[in-house]
Design a protein around this ligand. Structure first.
Ligand SMILES: [Zn+2]
Length: 167
């Protein structure tokens, strides 16, 4: 991911190498205001929705990785906790309500091959009864059994790793 302009003042960013104790990390610093872009991850909340021994996957309707299978979830809005974001995303993407959600693990990821960094909190989720209807981010919803998970049609490495918590 390349950032060309300062998020603080709008000025051009210039490459600058800063040394960290363990490893060299390249950072961008604004020439105008001195603000440094640290590349902190964007937080996301993701659901392993389980029912009757199956897990729910959605087919992505947008870039990156359009057409591949993904877990329901999304990025936190300002002021949200991961649990609130999870409930909102489940409503938007599945038309459903959460009955229970239990935190499983964090995963790191990039959004697309050269995308920005993400920190995803993965929850094991049970939905309240009701018919599912997918939102615009998803073209299809499907329940998969452990033995038939479509690993080769999943592009986010963290989603494959999260599914191994279920499988
Ligand atoms: Zn600046």
């Amino acid at each position: 991911m390349t950032y060309r302009f300062c998020m603080a003042c709008g000025g051009r960013l210039r490459r600058r190498l800063r040394r960290v104790r363990q490893e060299g990390r390249e950072r961008l610093r604004c020439r105008r205001c001195g603000w440094i872009f640290y590349g902190n991850p964007i937080p996301a909340a993701v659901a392993l929705v389980v029912r009757g021994g199956k897990v729910l996957l959605g087919r992505r309707a947008a870039a990156p990785y359009r057409g591949t299978w993904d877990l329901p979830g999304g990025f936190l809005e300002a002021g949200e906790t991961p649990e609130w974001a999870l409930a909102r995303e489940i409503g938007e993407e599945l038309g459903a309500r959460i009955r229970s959600a239990r935190f499983l693990s964090f995963f790191t990821e990039t959004y697309g091959r050269r995308g920005f960094p993400i920190l995803a909190a993965v929850y094991r989720v049970k939905l309240a009864p009701g018919r599912l209807r997918h939102g615009s981010d998803v073209s299809e919803l499907r329940w998969f059994s452990r033995r038939k998970l479509p690993y080769r049609k999943i592009s986010f490495p963290s989603v494959r790793r999260a599914l191994r918590l279920f499988a």
